[in-house]
Design a protein around this ligand. Sequence first.
Ligand code: PLP
Length: 418
Amino acid sequence: NSTIEISDPAVWEIIQKEGKRQEDQIELIASENYASPAVMAAQGSVLTNKYAEGYPGKRYYGGCEYVDEAETLAKERALKLFCEPVGVEMAVNVQPHSGAQANMSVFFGLLNPGDTVMGMSLAEGGHLSHGMKLNMSGKWFNVVSYGLNDKEEIDYDQVEKLAVENKPKIIIAGASAYSLHIDFKRFSEIAKKVGAYLMVDMAHYAGLIAAGVYPSPFPYADIVTTTTHKTLRGPRGGMIFCRPDLEKQINMAVFPGVQGGPLMHVIAAKAVAFGEALKPEYKEYQQQVIKNAAAMADALTKRGLRIVSGRTESHVMLVDLRSKNITGKEAETVLHKVGITVNKNSIPNDPQKPFVTSGIRLGSPAMTTRGFKENEAVEVANLIADVLDAPKNEQVLANVKERVASLVARFPVYLETV
Ligand code: PLP
């Protein structure tokens, strides 16, 4: 790293500033985490130099003997992490560069343009790659979206009704802002009834699933896609599991269908992250992620804020801000001022536009990685509530900022900047 300092001080300075930001702020963005120094070192390794189009043993380039080992190890560990514990046989592709590209590859492999796909609506917690109109998924396919019932739980009866009416080829289960358990069994019954593939996008919940603290979709899904950088705590990237009989189609869809050369340094980092996730302390970490989210939701509720769906059963929650007369956009900005990073997020039936919103999304994975337990989670919730109660009171903001500084100083993320 010191070579960047010498060879390119401008970039070095940006990295230092970002490192300091990550240390100094309480990170509550539910899709973010702090990867280990080992994961980051693998990503910054010589493997970045290698072209390896194709798959282990069948490459279009010479000199792939060692990257083959890295990819094979990543695949073996991924299956050991997710499939072995539930006794399910699946194939895995660790090459997708991101979650969106994993999803795009599945569509490319199993669908033709114009086919019908069902996914959760973006406005009610889904992801844009599940059929949003500006995304490839929404432009090329006939998308039927489902949402929440009046208890703000996934409306499984609506899913069934829409599936029967529309006969989709793929039903996607998975979300970016849904705090409850997803009933994968019910989804698979619906998919079977209409002859659709069940594709679970577990991106948000993957780390929890690996640790057995969130229901596993593997006994029920035909395809499971994920990112590797959220709760799972690996490098930025994607991955696809599929039924063994779909492996050829999925592999062809990733390469040469959607991608060119795989990012072998990232694949090596995925292997490192899966190795970490197979260790006993990872389970403890994920259990703490759940406990911290529950403690935070409880404390926010006591301070007069409403949690969408009433509670969280995972790492994530949506907070309805309307009782405090503040928008998501304003809350995001004022919390940033005191050193708490969150993202604005639409709530179900949000009266505000998506760029303004009436909610914020909070997640516990990153703060748990830095060592926060329930006491700190409750303190963070109270700091948030203090700010939302008096967003224009400079004295309150200054006090909160000081308490944030003392919390982060007690729990450093990295011992030295990487
Ligand atoms: N799927 C879900 C459920 C997500 O929440 C996200 C990212 O937020 C993605 C897919 C896309 O992942 P990426 O940003 O790596 O493309």
